[in-house]
Ligand binder design. Structure first.
Ligand code: GLP
Length: 242
């Protein structure tokens, strides 16, 4: 695992956007795995600036979703599909035809999970997966004590994660769905390059456990220690307990 400490979130965003741009120059149809949350926004902003300046071409790029709420219609403004369309696909000039994600509104959620896991493999696998991290060390929606070999599946959110995410639902915790679909940790580990970005002091404990703790299900992100090509990018505040 490579750990890169950057001065601030903007520098982290520029660094990761640079890695994504290099990948797209080498492999124009690369499959980029993207995450939601506030942390990755500087990455998307920096990459969008490169697209606008013409230094990177996204016309063949493909995007894969990490996780999704269960029960929100796909066009709900806070479904992760809608969020990614707004924050990633539109700014990068990538159409929905190049997007793949699980169907959070499916009647048979288990079948939707299995179908998405298979679709990722059939698409050739994710080339670079960008990850954020929860304050408790979760990645995607793999909450604490998720199996480190898990596949894409339905999960129940912890109260802490629902409280953390209530800000996207006008502060109303009761509006945050209880269930989600997430790529499993085993699924995530199949990406060729994992890049985790964490910024701010609130992530310092989770980063210490991820980087220096034992590989243990109590900190799902610690599974990155087992990956042959994992990069953890942290600002000084998130690195403060290393
Ligand atoms: C949610 C998402 C994760 C994200 C996490 C942290 O739980 N499912 O993918 O990493 O929030 O979000 P933020 O970056 O806003 O702290």
């Amino acid at each position: 695992m490579e750990v890169v400490i950057v001065p601030d979130a903007k520098a982290g965003g520029a660094l990761i956007a640079g890695a994504m741009a290099d990948l797209l120059r080498r492999t124009p149809d690369a499959l980029l795995g993207v995450a939601t949350g506030s942390t990755p926004l500087p990455v998307y902003e920096a990459l969008a600036a490169q697209v606008r300046s013409g230094s990177v071409d996204t016309s063949r790029a493909r995007i894969a979703q990490l996780d999704e709420y269960v029960g929100l219609p796909a066009d709900h403004p806070e479904s992760y599909r809608s969020v990614l369309r707004r924050e990633v696909l539109e700014p990068l000039g990538i159409g929905m035809d190049a997007f793949m994600g699980p169907d959070g509104a499916a009647e048979d959620v288990r079948a939707a999970c299995e179908a998405y896991d298979r679709a990722l493999a059939e698409a050739g696998g994710v080339d670079l997966q960008l990850l954020g991290i929860g304050t408790d060390g979760h990645i995607g929606f793999n909450e604490q004590c998720s199996s480190l070999v898990s596949r894409t599946r339905i999960k129940t959110l912890t109260e802490q994660t629902r409280v953390d995410n209530a800000r996207f639902f006008g502060g109303a915790v009761d509006q945050v769905p209880h269930h989600v679909i997430t790529q499993g940790i085993g699924t995530i580990l199949e990406a060729r390059h994992l890049v985790l970005l964490a910024t701010g002091e609130g992530k310092a404990d989770a980063i210490a456990a991820t980087v220096e703790g034992p590989v243990a299900a109590v900190c799902p992100a610690s599974a990155l220690q087992m990956h042959p090509h994992a990069t953890v990018v942290v600002d000084e505040a998130a690195a403060s307990k290393l």
